[in-house]
Design a protein. Structure first.
Length: 337
């Protein structure tokens, strides 16, 4: 299906004080109260596993033709806050705002309630291990761990976005103003028409991670072919974004022993998959209880109306309703992994 990918118009940045003052006035005037992966091996695994079975869980709508839709201009616009000064991994800006202002920001973006504020990240990151059933033949603890949930008692989940075809400036503005962290797993064939869009996302605190050059089914490639895809994307991201990733997500969640050995050889430390997948109109679950759990990783994609009947903003509204209603905050994956 062709990708639409047309970004919305952009505008100028407002000074932070003016924005907050305007939001406070609006709050008073409106009466706002405070208030997959899995069983990889060398065999092809494409079928979705039964609920609760930690088996192969391929991404839906996996491969597509490269986007041809550069985002328009500099993402920004009225109401934008101090994204330029954000320090990735620092305290949430929204935690410093009054409940009335946070409620106004949520209302502006169509959320039923403000996102919950995540606790400070752990001083020591949790020890990661490969989820049972996700091991590779001949693998050991020296290989990057493959997991769907980060071990933590914090009531946090992690939002991750794959591929990169949709480059919507509204998403950058929305996530910046609401202060919702997320991590991008990029495939070069989808983003090479507009590296600047993801450079702006990185400047706003988004982690830029590896999802291969061309989004192939990795177990079907030779060792050299996998190496080109994985290590080649490492080099592109380092060149374009100034930092070599340590996180890698194999396309469709499919991998084998070569995949993990190659990933390790070019700097990958961990392979986060997902325990739930978000769409603009529903969630899909790996576990039988169809619920969130502390440390769950949520997968979604940079896609738009031309592909799934909703914008990125629609997606964020839907996933945040699920996350907030179930008592979770969104934390930054790179702060825990």
């Amino acid at each position: 299906m062709p990708r639409s990918g047309r970004g919305r118009g952009s505008g100028a940045h407002r000074p932070v004080r003016a924005v907050l003052a305007a939001l406070l006035v609006a709050a008073v005037g409106s009466g706002c109260a405070s208030g997959s992966g899995g069983q990889p091996g060398d065999i092809e695994h494409r079928d979705r596993p039964p609920a609760g079975n930690p088996g192969p869980n391929p991404e839906l709508n996996p491969a597509a033709t490269p986007g041809t839709n550069p985002a328009a201009g500099h993402p920004g616009g009225p109401g934008r806050r101090a994204g330029r000064d954000r320090v990735p991994g620092g305290a949430h800006e929204n935690a410093q705002l009054s409940p009335a202002v946070r409620a106004t920001l949520a209302k502006k973006w169509g959320l039923d309630k403000p996102p919950l504020i995540a606790p400070r990240p752990p001083a020591v990151k949790p020890r990661l291990t490969t989820r049972e059933g996700f091991e590779v033949k001949g693998g050991d603890d020296s290989l990057p761990p493959v997991f769907t949930t980060v071990p933590t008692k914090d009531r946090v989940v992690f939002l991750t976005m794959d591929d990169g075809s949709e480059k919507d400036p509204e998403l950058l503005q929305m996530m910046d103003e609401l202060d919702i962290p997320y991590s991008a797993f990029l495939s070069d064939y989808e983003v090479s028409d507009n590296y600047g869009y993801f450079g702006e996302a990185q400047r706003l605190g988004v982690g830029i991670n590896n999802h291969t050059l061309n989004h192939p089914y990795l177990p079907g490639l030779s060792y050299a072919g996998q190496e080109r895809e994985i290590c080649g994307e490492q080099e592109v991201i380092e060149k374009r974004f100034g930092k070599r990733p340590t996180l890698f997500r194999p396309p469709y969640g499919n991998y084998n022993g070569d995949t993990l050995r190659i990933a390790k050889s070019c700097g990958i430390k961990a392979v986060p998959l997902w325990n739930a997948e978000a769409f603009p109109d529903h969630m899909e679950w790996r576990e039988e209880d169809e619920d969130l759990h502390p440390g769950d990783i949520i997968l979604t994609h940079f896609r738009g109306r031309g592909e799934w009947g909703g914008s990125m903003a629609d997606l964020v509204r839907a996933v945040m309703k699920t996350v907030t209603d179930r008592g979770y905050a969104v934390a930054r994956l790179e702060d825990y992994v």
